[in-house]
Design a binder for this molecule. Structure first.
Ligand SMILES: Cc1cc2nc3c(=O)[nH]c(=O)nc-3n(C[C@H](O)[C@H](O)[C@H](O)COP(=O)(O)O)c2cc1C
Length: 196
């Protein structure tokens, strides 16, 4: 069974994490969730959801969900030999992104991302910040240059979204695409003949 790591940090946009998880629990894969302390706080603040409780709810659908302790560097996902296939951090704060870009791995979240990079595995970061400083941009470029996918939480408007759900599903659908997980989360562009 494939193994995926899903990280959540204290950037705004924790609803993206929830929607992504709703999609992932339907897949036949083991899911390792790891959250920064601020990730849990912002999730609770923005959505009212308490992570530990929600994991319990998801476990009823998919028993292969594990909530890892961000302080536990003895966790299996801290090692490349455990063989995780892909990882996403959604949303990803500028702080965590900066630490990953600079190889700072004092938490399980950062260490897992560092492992994905060294093992040349798929790592997707979904940052949400605006405006972006040169420091943010430099860190993103550094990661992009070594193969990390930087998937900004920016919905498109060419498919005429009508609800907040449409906007969320667009970003989550693009994230699932990057993780190579089939989905119909959003309406895809099929071209348009503009005859004048
Ligand atoms: C309500 C709220 C929203 C925030 N939104 C963002 C954000 O969108 N992007 C960001 O980089 N930081 C944001 N922050 C700041 C981070 O939470 C802060 O930098 C924190 O240290 C990140 O820690 P972590 O990376 O360990 O989760 C926000 C903080 C709060 C309280």
């Amino acid at each position: 069974m494939k193994k995926i790591i899903v990280g959540i940090t204290g950037a705004s946009g924790s609803i993206y994490f929830l929607r992504l998880m709703e999609n992932l629990i339907k897949e036949n894969m083991s899911i390792y969730v790891v959250a920064s302390e601020q990730g849990k706080n912002v999730l609770k603040y923005e959505t009212g959801v308490e992570l530990e409780t929600q994991i319990g709810v998801w476990k009823k659908t998919n028993n292969e969900i594990y909530l890892e302790d961000n302080d536990n560097l003895f966790s299996p996902i801290a090692s490349g030999s455990f063989g995780c296939d892909k990882m996403i951090i959604v949303p990803c704060s500028m702080s965590t992104l900066a630490e990953i870009a600079n190889g700072i791995t004092k938490t399980l979240l950062n260490r897992s991302a560092d492992v994905m990079i060294k093992e040349r595995k798929k790592l997707v970061l979904v940052p949400r910040e605006t405006p972006l400083s040169s420091i943010h941009l430099e860190n993103m470029l550094k990661l992009s240059n070594i193969g990390v996918t930087i998937l900004q939480a920016t919905p498109g408007f060419y498919n005429f979204p009508k609800t907040m759900d449409d906007l969320i599903n667009f970003v989550v659908g693009k994230a699932l695409d990057s993780l190579e997980i089939n989905n119909e989360s959003y309406i895809r562009w099929e071209g348009k003949n503009e005859k004048k």
